[in-house]
Design a protein around this ligand. Structure first.
Ligand code: CP
Ligand code: NVA
Length: 298
């Protein structure tokens, strides 16, 4: 199976990945024993590259980091030729791409599982680490409220999907034109979220929330829109005063890299409610769990 989106897992698959993520490494066996894993990056990465490389080793495999331009999806050769060739070398292919379509075409052609390590559409590995972190904090997400403030982006979509499967209420506080589309809101309800609310008022999204998430206002590939975006998102900084309206046990989360003074105040991201380092460290555990699962682990 492939992991292009959280929806590839379904609710039972998400629970299985989270269970595998917390299992002692020795109990996972060595599903990649003697095999390679291609990790192709069209964009920079710290957490995803490091956690995936280490997780591959923990599962007995050998990671082969490759820069996007070395394979040149549809530039040096067609995505389909790359998938057919690379899946003969490796037990698993993973890619971070600009266009989501590229991971879809890789998966359609590859003879081994394909994992999306972030596209313009989604970031499922991040969503899994976010869920793991919130479950460590709250035990269960059923009936909890998860708020997203700022830009409804790839990270927000995967977070929405995983929260919906785990039964959380979801609230978005995003500016007009940068908020969750109606069909995503409907999907989250259909997937199990008891309520999904969307407002242009970030404070309305945060009131009483148990986890407050945000991300950069300028994702990789949107650098040309930076000035425009900074103006649009100016009122969407997660502040201490905003956090004081959240639940008394609320936590702040951010997938990183973060820009202090823009999407979040330094006193919030570096303060007592912040779980960003635990969240980043969970990328390793959830990467291991996700790979073990797509390789057939139960
Ligand atoms: N959160 C995340 O995916 O970080 P990197 O871009 O550093 O991999
Ligand atoms: N939304 C960000 C996430 C980075 C991990 C981006 O796509 O650049």
């Amino acid at each position: 199976m492939n992991l292009l989106d959280i929806t590839d897992l379904g609710p039972d698959g998400v629970r299985a990945v989270l269970d595998l993520s917390t299992r002692p490494i020795k109990k996972l066996g060595r599903p990649l024993d003697g095999q390679g894993v291609a990790l192709v990056f069209e964009k920079p990465s710290n957490r995803t590259r490091q956690s995936m490389e280490v997780a591959v080793v923990q599962l007995g495999g050998h990671p082969v980091y490759t820069r996007g331009e070395e394979v040149g999806f549809d530039v040096r050769e067609p995505v389909e030729d790359i998938a057919r060739v690379m899946s003969g070398y490796h037990g698993l292919l993973a890619a971070r791409v600009f266009r989501h379509e590229v991971v879809v075409r890789l998966a359609a052609t590859s003879s081994v599982p394909v994992i999306n390590m972030l596209s313009d559409h989604s970031h499922p590995l991040q969503g899994l680490a976010d869920a793991l972190t919130m479950l460590q904090e709250f035990g269960s997400l059923k009936g909890r409220t998860v708020a997203w403030v700022g830009d409804y982006n790839n990270v927000a979509r995967s977070l929405g999907e995983v929260c919906a499967y785990l039964g959380a209420h979801i609230r978005f506080g995003c500016p007009d034109g940068y908020s969750a589309p109606d069909d995503d809101i409907q999907r989250f309800l259909d997937m199990g979220s008891p309520s999904v609310e969307s407002s242009v008022d970030p404070k309305a999204a945060v009131v009483g929330a148990h986890a407050v998430h945000t991300d950069t206002w300028v994702s990789m590939g949107q650098e040309d829109e930076k000035a425009e975006r900074l103006a649009i998102f100016g009122d969407y900084t997660v502040t201490e005063s905003m956090m004081s309206a959240a639940a008394s046990d609320a936590i702040f989360m951010h997938c990183l890299p973060a820009y202090r003074g823009l999407e979040v105040e330094a006193s919030v991201i570096d303060g007592p409610t912040s779980r960003i380092i635990q969240q980043a460290h969970n990328r390793l555990h959830s990467a291991r769990g996700a790979m073990a699962y797509v390789l057939g682990g139960k």
